[in-house]
Design a protein around this ligand. Structure first.
Ligand code: ARG
Ligand code: GLU
Length: 718
């Protein structure tokens, strides 16, 4: 049976050589060569030059990296910017208070004067993307040692960046693609005055919250609006009242024409990280080691959070954003493990590897260069496995306790404090600690953090798969001795004594500060043990990992040589990419069909009055009752979300979903549960991206918020 399945798989792979169009995250600068013809055959009416150009304005000029991890797009010639509600969430929260609870009630600036500045938030435009592979490899060949290689690469990269940015206000970064087989320099322009314009209430923008997260069918209006400002000269500038709305080189016209099954779509944004070319060993490690550890540890944290948040409104609000972050990755990993198992991804990879071996055997030169690669992977992955246990436990358990993170932050100030003999530096360092403490204690509930520490440190200390030298053994011995092995009692004791878990004790410590006091704090010294664990495992892990990465460089080169009829796309690396496919439903399971869109009626059907996740504002219910959809309806319905076969990843949140005419039809914000495996195993039968229909966005702005002046700014295509 197993054999038969492998045979069938092998057969599929051999037949399926050219990728199905939907898979791939393409470099915008290469569309003309690699994708234009296919995109046009699927319904694109633009040219590659319309999508990306260095000489004239193109779609890329309306797209930004938003803050640290999302995408946004410009939708008016006055710098109006659209992104997800969950991307603006932290900013919306930071402007919120009990009196002005914008998270709950939403926020709408009714004029430019009412827009809210966001210190620290920036948006990044791409000026151009240039192939610099030749220059990077100057003087490097296969005989160059890895050490020399790395040194020369970083020298070349610095020279390129200097040459490009000199005399400009641009920034530049050289990035490896195809595991370092190619290099591109990304030239950027960064705007730093970005103001909040509008956000729907969470009951719309986060409707369905964690229950619906990563799931289709979906009914979330996951959007928020910002505005980019420039200095009076049109160039980037820090916030100032003098600043003016950005005059962008391009802004997206917004389509009201409708979204239909089979329509061409593309998503243009900043996917962060994919690993599509892992060997079977790499997939196995994710499926059986990395994700399961993350899932287990976070399950514990979420249980603790649920209990504490459920018993107090204050804690519920304090931990809203933190809980969302913990839950989001937890649920993605759950879906990914399930998807990989069900898709038999490891076997699929093994079959591909057999095929690869067969092909290279046909050519002596290949056999010589690549014949040993897969065995090397096997050896290296066996070596990294225990180290991965160590790293993963460290990163999940070590970062989970908020007081540890605070301790780590204080470590930096302590360094600046020195021995205290420089009085000015010492005073500044204490002030810095005080400032850090404000952030730490603002949304802090010590009883919750205490349970997290107790539970996760116990798991970490007792995890038998982690080699003993990478486990917190000193801690375990201490808990055994002082508290008969009871981690809860130990944590209670530590938390009652530490200054890092209570603002008053912290202030008392600062008032009469000495480095010894901080160093002697029970949490601070525990952090010391954590850091030494990190330095025990990380260098080893890093060494093996860099060997693995170097093998992938060769493997990638080999794949491209051996399958020269196939076009390979580079893994996502947080650079600008285009992915395309079409609007389409799917069949997740025998007997189940996913339609390609959802409606406002469906939102109302999920309504649970007073519920944390499924409550709704009365006004939305009324609007639906009166069928007051204005120009935003299609066939008498108001569509809310749709799915399409675009290959997206984390970081694509907020990306524009664009039709064949280059007009905006939606806003990407998620993937379906079955398809969360797509970062390592894209399967067009199981993977869809989820978008808000742009007409739902307009409907909320216009009919719900009465902010029609914003609609007037946009160019609507009817
Ligand atoms: N799953 C989406 C993403 O990865 C949305 C996350 C925000 N929503 C949430 N309930 N946490 O970003
Ligand atoms: N929600 C994700 C993000 O914030 C995008 C969806 C995905 O991972 O596909 O980037």
């Amino acid at each position: 049976m197993k054999l038969l399945r492998s045979l069938v798989l092998l057969l599929c792979i051999t037949m399926l050589s050219p990728l199905r169009a939907d898979e791939g995250m393409w470099i915008p600068a290469l569309l003309g060569v690699l994708n234009e013809a296919e995109m046009q055959s699927m319904g694109l009416k633009l040219t590659a030059e319309d999508i990306y150009s260095v000489n004239q304005s193109s779609l890329k000029d309306a797209i930004v990296k938003f803050g640290g991890g999302c995408t946004g797009e410009v939708i008016s010639n006055r710098g109006l910017l659209l992104t997800n509600h969950h991307c603006g969430y932290g900013r919306i929260q930071s402007h919120s208070s009990v009196e002005n609870d914008y998270l709950t009630d939403g926020f709408w600036a009714m004029s430019q004067a009412e827009e809210l500045p966001n210190p620290g938030l920036s948006v990044t435009f791409i000026v151009r993307i240039e192939d610099v592979t030749k220059e990077m490899f100057d003087g490097i060949d296969e005989n160059t040692s890895q050490e020399d290689r790395e040194a020369m690469l970083s020298e070349h990269s610095e020279a390129i960046v200097n040459r490009i940015t000199e005399g400009t206000h641009y920034e530049a970064e050289v990035m490896p693609f195809y595991y370092g087989n190619e290099y591109y320099v990304i030239v950027t322009e960064i705007f730093k005055d970005v103001r909040l314009v509008g956000a729907p209430p969470s009951a719309v923008g986060k409707f369905g919250a964690d229950t619906d997260n990563w799931v289709w069918p979906r009914h979330t209006g996951d959007f928020s609006l910002f505005r980019i400002y420039s200095g009076p000269d049109g160039k980037p500038a820090e916030y100032s009242e003098e600043n003016i709305p950005l005059k962008p080189r391009h802004s997206f016209p917004v389509s009201l024409k409708g979204v239909n099954a089979g329509d061409f779509t593309m998503v243009y944004g900043f996917p962060a990280r994919t690993n599509e070319y892992l060997t079977s060993h790499g997939v196995e490690l994710i499926q059986n080691v990395e994700d399961p550890i993350g899932i287990d540890m976070r399950q514990d944290i979420l249980d603790i959070m649920e209990k504490e948040m459920g018993s107090s409104d204050k804690v519920r609000i304090q931990y809203a954003s933190k809980q969302a972050g913990v839950a989001n990755a937890w649920k993605k990993w759950l879906g990914r493990v399930r998807g990989l198992e069900r898709d038999d991804a490891i076997a699929k990879k093994q079959a591909e590897e057999q095929e690869f071996l067969k092909r290279i055997a046909a050519k002596e030169e290949w056999q010589e260069a690549y014949g040993g690669l897969l065995n090397e992977f096997e050896g290296l992955y066996a070596e990294i496995r225990p180290l991965t246990y160590g790293m993963r436990y460290f990163s999940e358990a070590g970062y989970a306790t908020e007081a540890f993170r605070f301790a780590n932050r204080l470590g930096r100030s302590l360094k600046a404090y020195g021995d205290g003999s420089d009085e000015e530096a010492a005073t500044a360092a204490i002030e810095d600690m005080r400032k850090a403490s404000v952030g730490h204690f603002k949304n802090y509930h010590a009883p919750l953090d205490q349970q997290v520490m107790a539970t996760l440190m116990q798991s970490y200390a007792e995890a038998e798969e982690v080699p003993a030298q990478y486990r917190p053994r000193a801690l375990a011995a201490h808990v055994a001795e002082s508290h008969a092995g009871d981690y809860n009692a130990w944590a209670a004791d530590v938390f009652s004594r530490s200054a890092l878990t209570d603002p008053e004790r912290f202030e008392t410590m600062l008032a009469d500060f000495s480095p010894e006091k901080l160093a002697g704090d029970p949490i601070y010294s525990l952090m010391g043990e954590m850091i030494s664990l990190y330095f025990a495992v990380q260098p080893e892990y890093g060494r093996v990992n860099s060997e693995i990465q170097d093998r992938y460089r060769i493997y990638m080169k080999a794949l491209r040589e051996v399958y020269s009829d196939k076009t390979f796309y580079p893994d996502a690396n947080f650079t600008l990419r285009v992915t395309y496919g079409k609007v389409e439903g799917m069949q997740p399971n025998d007997g189940i069909v996913y339609k390609h869109y959802t409606t406002l009626d469906g939102v109302i059907a999920k309504y649970v009055p007073g519920d944390r996740e499924f409550d709704l504002p009365q006004k939305l219910i009324d609007l639906n009752e009166s069928r007051d959809y204005g120009q935003y309806a299609q066939d008498g319905e108001l569509r809310v979300c749709f799915i399409a076969s675009n290959h997206t990843s984390g970081g694509n949140s907020g990306s524009p979903v664009i039709n064949g005419d280059g007009h905006l039809i939606g806003l990407n914000f998620d993937r379906n549960w079955e398809g969360t495996m797509s970062d390592v195993n894209y399967d067009v039968n199981q993977c869809r991206n989820i978008s808000v229909d742009v007409r739902y966005v307009l409907f909320i702005i216009d009919k719900y918020a009465n902010a029609g002046y914003l609609i007037d700014e946009m160019e609507l295509i009817k």
